[in-house]
Design a protein around this ligand. Structure first.
Ligand code: OSB
Ligand code: MG
Length: 370
């Protein structure tokens, strides 16, 4: 692949409804899209930053800076690439900034798959034809509203319900959902809202037959989660704590998690996501694909990686209509009535970004060439 041109777009899109987690509420999505032009094709990537640096330290502004001033010049310096794995290797000397790196690396993967005439899923070594889909539901002030939301997504076929929790909106809420909906596949995501001082409360969660508890303790912790996992029968799933293969290796060695949520942006790209997948597979740790309220482009990448066999649990790869009144890709991501998404078989990400839609939500655009 010879890189001829790279385009960055700063995007602004509004979610259908606000999404509340233990760290804040999001409705306005400010993020970055990447386009890599080469060999007559365009590869697309999404930088899955949030508007404020609350989930991770990156934002659209930091990512743009790192892309424009460091990553894009490195790409033009190298010029040609045989395989997208080379992109992550090229970026390795730059510390962290994983979402920025991933945005560009993902576009290379799409371009590479298109050049090979393969779906991105196939190019990654994916084996599934369809994937199971779960839904992530934000914190609701009104329990009746939450009941209606859960009911709505169960009716749509979603295969597991993830409920965001925070102190004061946890045990009672989940118990009420259990009473109301019975034995549904349900899990909780705390986004680091607790500490080991909350052990009694976490033990109450342990009695609710949850599929897992996601990231109960600090965003950068591996040690305390291991201590907590010893006290709980419910599997702990790590999200925020896992930024790399090395983090995953340490978490597995310490027993900090029995399940890992893989987010492509959080770990710096598809190549690293695949390495973590393989490590978890070899250690009997099932994984699933987390979401960052992506537009259809980021979602397409998530769907492709979920085709790998150790993505054994439903991910947060919900359909376009869960987030947007209109998505920027065609077709939109559709979830079947039995809670599945068909993996596209056309070359690359398998969903076509619509130029007019891209322009409609673009607030800044810049082109780069050597
Ligand atoms: O912790 O998984 C998370 C959204 C933004 C930031 C962090 C998280 C989430 C979600 C939403 O849970 C998943 C999705 O539907 O995209
Ligand atoms: Mg999470």
């Amino acid at each position: 692949m010879k890189v001829e041109k790279i385009v960055l777009r700063k995007m602004k899109m509004k979610l259908k409804s606000p999404f509340q987690t233990s760290f804040g509420t999001e409705q306005e999505r400010d993020f970055v899209l990447t386009e890599v032009y080469g060999d007559g094709e365009i590869g697309y990537g999404e930088c899955v930053v949030s508007t404020a640096p609350l989930y991770s330290e990156e934002t659209a502004g930091t990512a743009w800076h790192i892309l424009e001033d460091f990553l894009i010049p490195m790409v033009f310096e190298q010029g040609t690439f045989g395989h997208p794995d080379e992109v992550g290797k090229l970026f390795a000397p730059i510390r962290r900034n994983h979402m920025a790196k991933s945005a560009l690396e993902g576009a290379f993967w799409d371009l590479y798959a298109k050049r090979q005439n393969l779906s991105l899923a196939k190019a990654l070594g994916g084996t599934k034809k369809r994937i199971e889909v779960g839904i992530s539901i934000g914190i609701e002030e009104d329990i009746n509203k939450l009941f209606r939301t859960v009911e709505h997504y169960l009716e749509q076929g979603y295969r597991r319900i993830k409920i965001k929790i925070k102190p004061g909106k946890d045990v009672q809420v989940l118990r009420a959902l259990r009473d109301r909906f019975g034995d549904i596949p349900m899990m909780a995501d705390a986004n680091s809202a607790y500490t080991l001082n909350d052990l009694l409360l976490l033990k109450e969660l342990d009695d609710l037959d949850l599929m897992m508890i996601e990231q109960p303790l600090a965003h950068d912790d591996i040690i305390d989660h291991a201590a907590l996992q010893k006290q709980l029968k419910t599997p702990i799933c790590l999200d925020e704590s896992i930024h790399s293969y090395e983090d995953a290796r340490k978490a597995i060695e310490w027993g900090s998690a029995r399940i890992i949520n893989i987010k492509i942006g959080r770990v710096g790209g598809l190549s690293e996501a695949k390495r973590i997948h393989d490590l978890c597979r070899d250690n009997g740790i099932p994984v699933w694909c987390g979401g960052m309220l992506e537009s259809g482009i980021g979602r397409a990448h998530n769907i492709a990686i979920t085709s790998l066999p150790n993505f054994k649990l439903p991910g947060d790869t919900a359909g376009s209509s869960r987030y947007w009144t209109e998505d920027i890709i065609r077709p939109e991501v559709e979830v079947s009535p039995d809670g599945m998404i068909e993996i596209p078989t056309t070359p690359g990400i398998g969903y076509q970004p619509v130029p007019e839609m891209l322009d409609k939500y673009t607030v800044a655009k810049k082109e780069f060439a050597k």
